[in-house]
Design a protein around this ligand. Sequence first.
Ligand SMILES: *[C@@H]1O[C@H](CO)[C@@H](O)[C@H](O)[C@H]1NC(C)=O
Length: 506
Amino acid sequence: MLRLLLLGVLVLAMAVGSVDSKHNYADALTKSILFFEGQRSGNLPPSQRMTWRKDSALQDGFYLHINLAGGYYDAGDNVKFNFPMAFSVTMLGWSVIEFGNDMGSDYQHALDAIRWGTDYFLKCTRLAYKNIVYVQVGDPYGDHACWERPEDMDTPRTAYAVTFKHPGSEVSAEMAAALAAASLAFKSVDDPYSKQLIDRAIEVFRFADTYRGNYSDSVGKGACPFYCTNNGYEDELVWAAAWLYKATNKAEYMQYVRDRIYSISKIVTLGTIAEFGWDSKHAGINVLIAGMFKNEEKPFSEFADRFLCALLPESHDRWVDYSPGNYFLHISIFKNNKNCYNLGGLLFKAASSNMQCVTALSFLLVTHGRHLINTNRPYYCESRLTDPRRLIQHAKSQVDYMLGTNPAGMSYMVGYGKKFPQYIHHRGSTLPSLDKHSKPIRCRDGDGWFASKQPNPNELTGAVVGGPYPDDFYPDNRHDVGRSEPTTYINAPLVGVLAYFKAHPK
Ligand SMILES: *[C@@H]1O[C@H](CO)[C@@H](O)[C@H](O)[C@H]1NC(C)=O
């Protein structure tokens, strides 16, 4: 009886929630970009829309006689980690390059979000010609020991550099990639700025490639265990070269990529890093390069095809998990019905902050799927001729889950939908704004607000949290960092994905 009843309800749900969806992608896009204003460090401009945030960390770098003000706080803390920050800016750049035309009134805001990062990277890389690059501001141990608003920070704002003696190729190369991607995003709107960015990207890449090493070794405890490079720096060097090729069209960069793509792919087939994110660029390189050619380009196109095929819930070689989610959609009678794709649950790859995998991989699904459609190349997924729309449809199921089509019936984006996270792990969001509480809140004086049963007083609009547990359960608890903390690299790829679905809601 129960089973029958359930099936009835599920079939009904299915009819409503299958291919069509009622999400407002335009609203979600606007909010996904607004989030970056909440993460801003430095001197806020009059155009700042998230007004509960104020100026902060204006003296970063001053003790070393260098101006490192600006950039983004990484997540719920107040450290500026350039490695993940640069990946976020690269993905914002890629979002604008691919989907800027779909952004409408948010196009300018997306450019502003990129520039907030690249203005800071220009400061960090000013001495790249002398083989010195700043890669982080803020001692993470000091920062994590306090629960403070960025505006009150009195923790050590240590500035970390990599040099020819103590190199950091992954972080420097990722900054080069960000500068190159941004130079393309600004090409049609601000040519002098675009030129400045590409010149710097070339210089920073030269430094990263000439003096090789892991920044975890050079920066030491400031970087690792926070953002350790788990798969080395080779992939970032190749990724940066791929971006430099896209931005300059110079054959030397393409040759650099060709010479190394098999060696970094070997690491992937051996296991461990089959993903795309701030530490792992392999799949992104293949989708990026494949997207530059009209015909199949060996081996990039094939690598990209295979990688994305193996992501789909129906793939035999699948290397990611799915939450039970909308498990009813797996019922076999629906499986071969082309009008009713198997939506699956939420993609699971990471033990914590899993949404970063969902957004980054969704970006690749949409970008590559669209490329296959536009170039009319037959797509084989596990030797079956497959409609590339399947890739896009699958990304849509992930975004829809994130926005509220899920068992918890909630959106995982703050401020979007009727029900969304209220207790995110984020210092600024949990503590009253300077407007409401002008006296400084010192290191541990914020503990009471952290422990409070009340929802966060400041809405960090657009922030996407780490997401639910693999069984679709979300506790909405500030202590549960892996679930409730937003990060810049969760949102950055999502910006492009939402722009696409804003323009193609069906
Ligand atoms: C860099 O880190 C990776 C991953 O931990 C390691 O395999 C590699 O040997 C390191 N490279 C150097 C030069 O230390």
